[in-house]
Design a binder for this molecule. Structure first.
Ligand code: MN
Length: 202
């Protein structure tokens, strides 16, 4: 197993932990947990950070339009640096002059399972799926449920992927949770309320 410190090097190097309320990487380690989180992030532009726990970190993608429940809607997802496991609970305000400055909300959270683990001799674990450029997971969140695929369309350091709802019983073209369910699943707050509370603290 590679060093978690190396994996989190880019995360650490972008941030000054004396200035940002974001968590410094802790002991971390893979506890076998399979959490996912989607954080709404009002930075230079609003986007949704989709994170899957494996390899002892949160593997991360920035999704400008957020996830859809409609299998006909492909959403661009740009790979970003691995985040520490502690980040899954982070909600608050990153100071404006720091990296990623802006308000962060825990928009959805829950557990997931790797749908490619059960493909007989073609089974792939999560790291194998990531390397191969096709991840298929079943989400059990509060807002999002069912199968989601992440498909790599452009390699590179900031590789581009598509996040697509799989066509299953949880698919629903009429739902639009990004606009209709816009409160934190952690605190019930709106972005405005989180931003306000952050201002008062600063
Ligand atoms: Mn972000």
């Amino acid at each position: 197993m590679g060093s978690d410190k190396d994996r989190l090097g880019p995360y650490r190097s972008k941030r000054d932990f004396d200035e940002t309320p974001e968590p410094a990487p802790g002991k971390g380690g893979d506890d076998g947990g399979r959490r996912f989180v989607i954080q709404k992030h009002d930075a230079s532009s609003v986007h949704y950070d989709f994170r899957l726990e494996f390899d002892g970190v949160l593997k991360s993608w920035a999704v400008p339009k957020g996830p859809s429940t409609d299998p006909g809607e492909k959403r661009l997802a740009i790979r970003t640096e691995d985040h520490p496991l502690e980040y899954a609970d982070f909600e608050g305000v990153i100071p404006q002059d720091e990296y990623g400055g802006g308000t962060v909300m825990v928009w959805d959270a829950g557990t997931y399972r790797n749908l490619r683990a059960d493909e007989g001799e073609n089974s792939l674990d999560m790291p194998g799926s990531l390397r191969g450029g096709l991840i298929e997971v079943w989400l059990e969140g509060e807002k999002l449920k069912g199968g989601y695929a992440l498909k790599r369309i452009e390699p590179g350091e900031k590789s581009q992927w598509l996040l697509i709802k799989m066509d299953d019983d949880e698919a629903d073209a009429r739902r639009n949770p990004v606009s209709t369910q816009n409160r934190s699943v952690k605190t019930g707050r709106t972005m405005h309320q989180i931003a306000k509370a952050g201002e008062e603290k600063a």
